[in-house]
Design a protein around this ligand. Structure first.
Ligand code: NZQ
Ligand code: ZN
Length: 387
């Protein structure tokens, strides 16, 4: 196992009716801004429930954070936050609203020239307004991590940033709040979660038994329980387990002390930025293609994955690897998430565009893959296969 430091300061309040504790989690004298997306928080009634809990507090609200939130739109909210001197941000929604809120929290306290530097120049964020979240769609895991992904229209890219300052102070995870989410978004979340786990697990072995077994158990839960949610979307036990799996997948625990390979995400973000395909859907197409192209780099772990996750015992090692990739694709298909980008009308013309958008990374010396061996030529092969 590699050396690691681990700290996760986010308090989780998990389960039914946990919203009743909201008023204990926010300082009494806070000036709160509640942030949400287009309409779901209003329509589902969660926004009204929140207001009921905050009757003794000073709060305002701001709706309209869009999916894949943009720097340009978020900066309008940053101005509003600064003008009105809000001291606490409360995000109500899925990954987009929470990530957008994390950026607003950081940009509102940014003392440099322009807050776009947080993204474009990766200037470290040392200060942010405190924030809490009420999650309504699980998958991204942003409710318990110090990361956000923001689109920058002028750059034509989707850029992650991380900081200890943007961990939510608390996150309320009530699985019943996810019942109203469209099933295609639920599927996106499950495939996204699966990919998060794979990018921390499916690299090369470092004798990290705890992380490996934990990752494998989370993958098995998704495989066994994920498809059921499409038929019984209001099954509480299912939703609770899927929600907690998503959170545990990317809160630092399974990734501590192991090599990681986030290249599927990097390519997926480039596709979302250029073609507006949902994040989870890009994962469904890129991950299996990545495993295929990188199967020599990932050989030992792919064999372990085949045996332990898919229980494949027969055949040569090459056959086991091939079957594990087929089974991964079958699982995504079962979830209703296509493994081919052509489903979304994309064709070979995307390859030069995506490669071009990744060139700045390689210019900065950022290498892709767990050993830095995923060249842009190989990325082109991944895209070719994913079409
Ligand atoms: O805008 P509203 O009205 O809220 O509708 C949303 C949106 O249209 C809807 N929705 C959410 N909860 C609902 C609901 N509709 C009905 N009932 C509910 N309970 O679902 C739609 C999609 O929401 P969005 O937040 O965009 O989806 P998701 O949670 O998949 O988030 C995607 C974003 O998260 C980023 C992605 O890049 C993308 O920008 N990610 C963030 C990560 C992180 N911070 O750690 C990691 C991930 O890998 C990912 O990159
Ligand atoms: Zn993701």
């Amino acid at each position: 196992m590699q050396n690691f430091e681990f700290k996760n300061p986010t308090k989780i309040l998990f389960g039914k009716n946990q919203l009743e504790k909201l008023n204990q989690e926010i300082p009494q004298n806070a000036k709160i801004l509640i942030l949400y997306g287009s309409s779901s928080a209003k329509e589902s009634g969660v926004l009204d429930e929140i207001k009921t809990q905050l009757t003794e507090f000073n709060y305002s609200e701001f709706g309209g954070i869009e999916p894949n939130p943009t720097y340009e739109n978020l900066m309008e909210i940053v101005d509003f936050v600064k003008e009105n001197q809000f001291t606490f941000l409360l995000a109500v929604g899925g990954g987009s609203v929470i990530d957008g809120t994390k950026f607003i929290a950081a940009a509102s306290c940014f003392e440099g020239e322009t807050a776009s530097d947080i993204l474009v120049k990766q200037v470290p964020v040392t200060k942010a307004l405190p924030l809490g979240t009420i999650l309504t769609l699980s998958g991204t895991g942003t409710e318990m991590n110090g990361e956000a992904v923001i689109s920058v229209q002028t750059e034509g890219s989707k850029i992650p940033f991380r900081s200890p300052a943007i961990y939510p102070k608390f996150s309320i995870l009530d699985p019943t709040y996810t019942y109203s989410a469209p099933l295609n978004q639920v599927s996106n979340g499950i495939v996204d979660t699966f990919t998060h786990i794979m990018e921390q697990y499916l690299t090369y072995p470092v004798d990290a038994y705890v992380q490996d077994r934990f990752a494998e158990s989370l993958l098995i839960i998704l495989i066994e329980e994920g498809p059921k949610v499409l038929h019984t979307p209001t099954d509480y036990a299912l939703r609770a387990n899927l929600m907690w799996t998503s959170t545990m997948a990317i809160n630092g625990i399974i990734g501590a002390g192991v090599p990681q390979d986030w290249s599927t995400h990097i390519i997926g973000h480039a596709i979302t930025a250029a073609y507006k395909i949902d994040h989870g859907k890009t994962m469904g197409a890129i991950l299996p293609a990545m495993l295929e192209v990188q199967k020599n780099e990932k050989r030992e772990k792919l064999i372990q994955y085949a045996k332990r996750v898919w229980k494949i015992e027969k055949g040569s090692e090459d056959e086991m690897i091939a079957l594990s990739i087929i089974k991964t694709k079958e699982f995504f298909d079962m979830m209703g998430v296509s493994t081919q980008l052509s489903t979304y009308g994309l064709d070979r013309s995307i390859i030069p565009t995506v490669i071009h958008s990744l060139e700045p990374l390689t210019d900065l010396g950022i290498t892709l893959g767990e050993r830095g061996t995923l060249t842009l030529d190989k990325v082109a092969q991944v895209l070719e296969l994913a079409l």
